[in-house]
Design a binder for this molecule. Structure first.
Ligand SMILES: *Cc1c(COP(=O)(O)O)cnc(C)c1O
Length: 353
């Protein structure tokens, strides 16, 4: 089965070996306060920084999902409210969680074909955190590096948090341009779900200490204190942390991965322009995602494509949220091979030209 689902997505095939290695090495039953775990955790932190270009002075934490990261950040880095800029389902969900914890939180919804309209925001001084989704998996849009830079320059005094769940480990993100970044590993990392990586600037940690929120097992300050010794509050997903180590050891630097994905995204966008009954959901090239491609067609055709693809042993991503019925999505993640996209193209050429 070829799997183009944008999360959970195709695993690196090496995961099969890593799994049995983890068992054989005995790492799965060692205590998470012991030297063997600390060693693993320290190695993974070093690898993440080196391979993904994470600034040396940023802090790395392990959580269980991106959803948990949404909650951690609202709990521990906001006193009054956060401000959410979104154009799709994941950004909106984060905003909805924030409102439950901090009812004054505000949101700004923009159009899928629009760059984030930086001069439209009304962000008051008592806003603790600005939140957005770098790559909106639900509709295949992205916030460009230039826009992130401009946002950073405009709101230098406010912490900025970025959901990079479907771009981290695929794109060479400029982490220095925001304070908080996070992703779960079942997208570009090519690993099974159940682990998230949360990255915080020194300034974010400083702010967390000021707020000193300690009401939850996953409050940021206690997480920070434990992580000074490469440990976690609760028993972590050691298996996934181990898989992350093995995967990162063997992968090239993020710059290389990004360049390959960028070329492939361009190729796929060009390819999908030729079908009369389908169109790219995102018309504005500047905001098109490099890692998730969304295609729009009639509900009937979308249904037909997905069913036929399954018969052909190809799994496509369903549409999501507002676009559930009239779109389908194709992941452009590093674990998926070029040959697999060639097979996908043959399928579309055969049935839909
Ligand atoms: C998949 C996804 C999430 C949710 O990730 P979980 O690991 O299921 O919590 C959040 N945000 C974005 C942008 C995603 O793509």
């Amino acid at each position: 089965m070829l799997n183009f689902y944008p999360g959970p997505s195709k695993l690196y095939p090496e995961v099969r070996t890593y799994l049995s290695d983890a068992y054989d090495e005995g790492i799965l039953s060692t205590p998470h306060r012991g030297e063997q775990f600390v060693q693993l955790s320290r190695t993974v932190v070093g690898l993440l920084k080196r391979k993904l270009n994470i600034p040396q002075d940023y802090h790395i934490f392990f959580a269980s999902s991106a959803t948990e990261c949404w909650e951690i950040l609202i709990q521990s880095l906001t006193k009054t409210k956060s401000y959410h800029i979104y154009n799709g389902a994941f950004g909106e969900k984060w905003f909805n969680y924030a409102k439950k914890l901090r009812p004054e939180s505000e949101g700004y919804q923009f159009d899928v074909n629009e760059s984030m309209p930086l001069d439209q925001f009304d962000i008051s001084d008592d806003t603790d955190l600005i939140c957005f989704t770098q790559n909106e998996t639900s509709n295949g849009t992205q916030v460009s590096p230039t826009t992130i830079l401009n946002l950073h320059n405009r709101y230098r005094d406010t912490l900025i948090a970025v959901d990079a769940t479907s771009s981290m480990a695929g794109l060479n993100l400029k982490l220095i341009k925001a304070d908080i970044w996070f992703a779960s590993v079942q997208k570009n990392f090519g690993l099974p779900a159940g682990l998230a990586v949360l990255v915080c600037s020194p300034r974010a940690i400083f702010r967390a200490k000021q707020l000193a929120e300690r009401d939850h097992y996953n409050s940021l300050v206690p997480m920070y204190e434990k992580m000074l010794n490469y440990q976690t509050m609760n028993t972590p997903n050691v298996l996934n942390i181990y898989l992350l180590r093995r995967m990162l050891e063997e992968r090239p630097f993020i710059k290389t991965i990004e360049s390959e994905l960028t070329d492939r995204a361009q190729d796929l966008y060009t390819f999908f322009e030729q079908f009369p009954e389908m169109k790219l959901l995102v018309e504005n090239e500047e905001v098109r995602s490099k890692t998730v491609i969304a295609l729009q067609a009639s509900e009937r055709l979308v249904d037909d494509i997905k069913k036929r693809a399954l018969q052909y042993n190809i799994r496509l991503g369903n549409g999501y949220g507002t676009w559930a019925r009239n779109t389908f999505r194709i992941a452009n993640f590093p674990a998926i091979l070029d040959e697999e996209y060639e097979e996908l193209k043959r399928f579309f050429l055969h049935y839909y030209v």
